[in-house]
Design a protein around this ligand. Structure first.
Ligand code: AKG
Length: 365
């Protein structure tokens, strides 16, 4: 991770701070009485000016057990609901998914313990390249972020090869079980999405070589922030890949864009919050859209979220399914790009809305 020079530490004296800090956690450890936000973290956009949804609309909830039901009527009703959720929101909560709540909690606890490690211990996983299989860092991409985000992270590639930090001791075993279980849920959702798009159940699986899918765990730590209204945990972005499944400790902070307005997400306990990624948008030639979301911070509680991104295989070049091109009458909205290049592109630049997807939009149509 790039070391960060923190400048403008508000009311705190700079003399107490080491010249370089590597995480928000380290900043707070050095300045426990920090009462104003360092200017390097001051987000330029004013959130108060933005539109928030004032309706009671909430993200749809899908009962996963019905998606895997042997009763064809129940399953086809769920496929319909899944399609509606993808089309209307791009986000949905998944209940009755079969992943034990104790495992979800253990995963959050293992991530919390990882973030408690010393800066030196975490520094062992300071990624040099965005495709390094384990990366611990801060902000999004501290070497290019003009403003730092109030967020520390741990990113781990868990499939097709499983990686894990060696500390804390229980991390590996919990993460292996958790990633396997989540992959099974993601696979069923991907089959359902394929069918809801009017494709064969296994169309997406085959098109992206799901056997070798890239699964990445992204654990986020958002410590309490002295001036949360001026800071940002993660700015508005869509996800690369097919389906992301997110859990969090009990603390909210995720906001989703819906009909041009931000909606606060209040997940149901013991559920996954799922969203479709850019590669579902590409495969469906824009029928379903990946949706902007962001993480805001608060001044009271530590928030931890864990997103498992389930994507194509690294060497799969994903392009719109021919069904959507109607024998050449509908041009492809997106050009094919290898997933590896797509991930590299997104992770090496500023996190900026859907700019990565825009880069492969076909401009000749
Ligand atoms: O922390 C959250 O709720 C959002 C995390 C997220 O969007 C991400 O890790 O890409």
């Amino acid at each position: 991770m790039a070391a960060i020079d923190l400048i403008g530490i508000g009311s705190q004296s700079l003399t107490h701070l080491p010249p370089k800090l590597t995480s928000v956690k380290a900043l707070l450890a050095e300045s426990p009485a920090l009462s104003s936000l360092p200017s390097s973290y001051t987000f330029p956009e004013h959130r108060n000016d933005e539109a928030f949804s004032d309706t009671n609309e909430s993200i749809p909830t899908l009962d996963f057990s019905l998606l895997t039901s042997s009763n064809p009527d129940e399953r086809s009703k769920m496929i319909q609901e899944l399609g509606n959720a993808c089309q209307d929101w791009g986000f949905f909560m998944v209940t009755n998914h079969g992943v034990p709540e104790s495992l979800m909690k253990a995963m959050i606890e293992a991530c919390r313990q990882f973030f408690e490690l010393t800066e030196e211990e975490k520094g062992e996983y300071e990624g040099k390249h965005v495709l390094d299989p384990i990366r611990s860092g801060t902000s999004f991409n501290a070497s290019v972020d003009k403003v730092l985000y109030w967020r520390d992270y741990l990113k781990i590639f868990q499939h097709p090869e499983f990686h894990s930090p060696n500390k804390p001791p229980a991390f590996r075993e919990i993460a292996m079980e958790y990633s396997t279980r989540v992959r099974q849920v993601a696979r069923e959702l991907i089959r359902g999405i394929s069918e809801s798009l009017g494709l064969e159940e296994n169309y997406i699986e085959k098109a992206v070589n799901l056997e070798n899918s890239l699964q990445i765990m992204i654990a986020n730590l958002y410590p309490p922030c002295p001036q949360p209204e001026l800071a940002m945990g993660l700015p508005a972005h869509s996800d690369h890949g097919l389906v992301t499944l997110l859990i969090q400790n009990e603390i909210g902070g995720l906001q989703v864009q819906h009909n041009g307005k931000w909606v606060n997400v209040d997940p149901i306990p013991n559920s996954f919050l799922a969203n479709i990624g850019d590669h579902v948008e590409i495969l469906g030639n824009g029928k379903y859209k990946s949706v902007l979301h962001r993480a805001v911070v608060n001044n009271r509680d530590v928030r931890i979220s864990i997103a498992l991104s389930n994507g194509p295989a690294l060497d799969a070049a994903v392009s719109p399914a021919s069904k959507f091109l109607e024998d050449g009458r509908n041009p492809p909205t997106y050009r094919a790009m290898k997933y590896k290049e797509y991930v590299e592109l997104q992770q090496s630049n500023k996190l900026d809305g859907k700019s990565c997807l825009e880069r492969i939009r076909n401009t000749t149509i």
